[in-house]
Design a protein around this ligand. Sequence first.
Ligand SMILES: [Zn+2]
Ligand SMILES: [Zn+2]
Length: 243
Amino acid sequence: MIAPAILYALVAAVANVVGGLLITSASPRGIRVQRMLLGFGAGFMLAAAFASMLPHAIEIDPDAGMVALFGYLLVHVTQHILTPHFHFGEETHHEAMVARWVGTAALLGLLLHTFFDGVAIASAFDVNASLGLVVFLAVLVHKVPEGVTIASIMLVSGNSKRRALQGVVLLGATTVGGVLLTSWIQPLAQHGLALSAGVTTYVAASNLVPEVQKQKDFTSGAGVIAGVLVYLLARLVLGGLDV
Ligand SMILES: [Zn+2]
Ligand SMILES: [Zn+2]
């Protein structure tokens, strides 16, 4: 099932670039929409990770629990321990952006995660098309905020608009790369779904939810619940138990 996975990964990659363009063209309305997407994306991703990805991973992978834990920690290390400053959403901490390499480090940290966005899509399509679609949606809902995140951190740390846009194109490209490598690298094919369940849990619960908590308004908080409800709706539309 590599062909549809590649197409969906390309759509997701375009959403990364859209997020980057929102920042480099400084559209205030776009930024508002992307803030709402943080909560919504968190809810949809949490639901997809717990209710779709993990159960399917456990069915096909005897080590699913440990592998998911490893996936979670992998993102923690690359986005927190090895990266001096990273969080989702628009970058506003000018004081933390003393050097251009801070932006580059954040980009490198996020590249592992965007690679796993592709691994997630490919390994979900390997199980069945409905799971593939749900996981694609879980990736798509956070791709615009992802582009916003990297473009703004690169700009605030003193990189040019051109570099910022190169950054978001690279994010999209690694997602497509994740799809391709999933069929070529045996451990990825075997543990891909469990790994990406851990990665998705990190992105939802440890990248997006903390941003929602910072915003302290009803809409962002309610967005999480809306994301879960839309996931449940998607399950219904896609035929219930198979998802
Ligand atoms: Zn910051
Ligand atoms: Zn992502």
